[in-house]
Design a protein around this ligand. Structure first.
Ligand code: ATP
Length: 483
């Protein structure tokens, strides 16, 4: 008997010890632990919960979670039917009114014939603070990245303006506006009309528009409306059928057909013969035309860029240009600037052309005098960049050492009279004409001076006279050999 009693006593002692240890474990757990019965009353709360939340006593579950609809007691209990584990990140109100972020795990347990919910709440304020720090850091990174992207885009735009127009040399603010217009319109399909004096770089702009457009991999076909003889221009533009006229031995595609899918550049569009303008308007509007001597209607998909140094409105008023064609072309006009309105580009262009021509002629020119540059800055340049380019080419030809001999070339250029009415044509001096004429003759004769096939014979001059004129005008074969 004694033995049985001792055994029971030891068993009870072990059970008591386990109970105490269990309670101690529960009280010292990291998590707050709550037992709730099916009426919502709190049946057990561990010490961690008292310490963490600062309450003297806990009453009802719902008072703990006034913000969390999902953890409302009634709903919670309905869910218990499924015996699932509920997890929720929420906030619990502390005795001092502050809110404590918690992770809540709820298990539904049947114990001695009754249902309970056992909830574990873990204080996650440290994790939340870390997350907030992380979110703030991410916001900062995002902000920096956005800023970087904006700066990058601006830089790219700058780069585009500076470098994408590969051959266009300029640092003038006013000209940047022109280049911006080119960029804006390039990506569209709009017809562009470039207006500007001769030699201002209209063709260069037209090429940039094509190069920056979606059609850049297709051809850009140029038509110089002033250079084509009137009787040939229709067949050049629209093509002809075999036998359409004398000498039309073959069928030939016109430039509108060749430009299909690409861009057609109509230079000096103001010179287009009036008789052709309606056919021209039709192809612009409907993309349709017939070859000369043909009856089949052909279609073409071309983007039109036109240029003019004439005032088209004046031509319309004079009856030389169709008004409807003018409006069709004037969709996006770009006014190109004469060099005298972007004088700050002169030194830059001078250096560019010196490098270009010195390179071609195998010369090393390192010095350009400031007084020469100053003089150029004051000059009106009626022939614009082309005039400057020619002037520098001449100067490079006559320069012997490392300094550019500009004076001669400059005086030749500036002494040429400008046709005031047109402002666009440079009237060459007699000497200049002679020089050009001699160069042309020499080219035709493959730079042979004397003999029956020589330039002297062609020019009806004595070969010694020709040689002396060449010296006088600074004409050297080696300067022209690769042109
Ligand atoms: N910004 C520039 N940078 C470098 N070269 C330029 C620039 N603008 C024009 N040029 C050069 O000047 C010359 C004349 O340019 P372009 O032929 O484009 O002028 P244009 O206005 O079309 O002349 P035109 O009215 O006579 O047809 C070309 O050799 C061209 O390369």
């Amino acid at each position: 008997m004694n033995c049985v009693f001792a055994k029971d006593w030891r068993r009870k002692k072990a059970r008591d010890e386990r109970l105490r240890l269990s309670l101690f474990t529960l009280d010292e757990a990291v998590d707050m632990i709550f037992w709730v019965d099916d009426t919502g009353a709190l049946k057990f709360v561990n010490q961690t919960a008292y310490k963490s939340l600062g309450y003297e006593a806990f009453e009802l579950w719902d008072e703990l979670f006034p913000r969390s609809a999902e953890l409302a007691f009634q709903d919670l209990w309905k869910a218990s039917g499924a015996h699932q584990v509920i997890y929720k990140e929420t906030e619990v109100r502390k005795a001092n009114g502050q809110w404590l972020p918690v992770d809540v795990y709820i298990n539904f347990i049947s114990f001695e014939g009754k249902d309970y919910a056992c909830a574990f709440l873990r204080d996650i304020s440290a994790r939340k603070a870390k997350n907030r720090e992380l979110a703030a850091a991410l916001d900062k990174v995002q902000e920096l990245s956005d800023r970087l992207q904006t700066e990058n885009t601006l830089l790219k735009e700058e780069i585009k303006v500076n470098y994408n127009f590969e051959n266009i040399i300029s640092e003038s603010k006013a000209y940047k506006t022109v280049l911006h217009q080119v960029e804006q319109v390039a990506a569209t399909e709009a017809t562009v009309l470039i207006i500007g004096e001769t030699g201002t770089g209209k063709e260069l702009l037209a090429r940039s528009i094509h190069a920056l457009s979606k059609r850049k991999d297709e051809p850009m076909i140029k038509v110089n409306c002033a250079a084509l003889p009137a009787n040939l221009i229709e067949s050049e533009l629209f093509g002809h059928e075999k036998g359409a006229f004398t000498n039309a031995y073959q069928r030939k595609k016109g430039r509108f057909e060749l430009a299909d899918g690409g861009t057609i550049f109509l230079d000096e569009v103001g010179e287009l013969p009036l008789g052709l303008q309606s056919k021209f308007l039709r192809v612009l509007q409907e993309g349709e035309f017939e070859r000369v001597g043909g009856t089949t209607t052909l279609s073409t998909d071309v983007r039109v860029v036109a240029a003019t140094n004439r005032n088209l409105v004046d031509l319309v008023n004079e009856g030389a240009f169709r008004e409807d064609l003018y409006y069709r072309l004037n969709v996006f006009p770009i006014q190109n600037l004469p060099l005298r309105e972007r004088r700050e580009d002169i030194p830059l262009l001078v250096r560019h052309f010196v490098k270009k021509f010195a390179g071609k002629q195998g010369k090393e020119i390192e010095h350009i005098s400031q007084s020469d540059l100053d003089e150029l800055m004051r000059y009106e340049f009626p022939g614009n960049i082309r005039e400057l380019e020619n002037m520098i080419e001449r100067a490079v030809i006559i320069s012997k050492g490392k300094s550019l001999l500009l004076a001669d070339a400059y005086h030749k250029s500036s002494s040429q009279a400008v046709d005031k009415k047109n402002h666009s044509r440079v009237f060459k001096s007699f000497e200049e004409m002679q020089r050009d004429y001699i160069i042309e003759a020499l080219r035709r004769c493959n730079w042979r001076i004397s003999g029956p096939k020589g330039a002297a014979t062609l020019l009806d001059l004595n070969s010694r006279t020709l040689a002396s004129k060449m010296r006088k005008f600074g004409i050297n074969r080696k300067d022209f050999i690769d042109k």
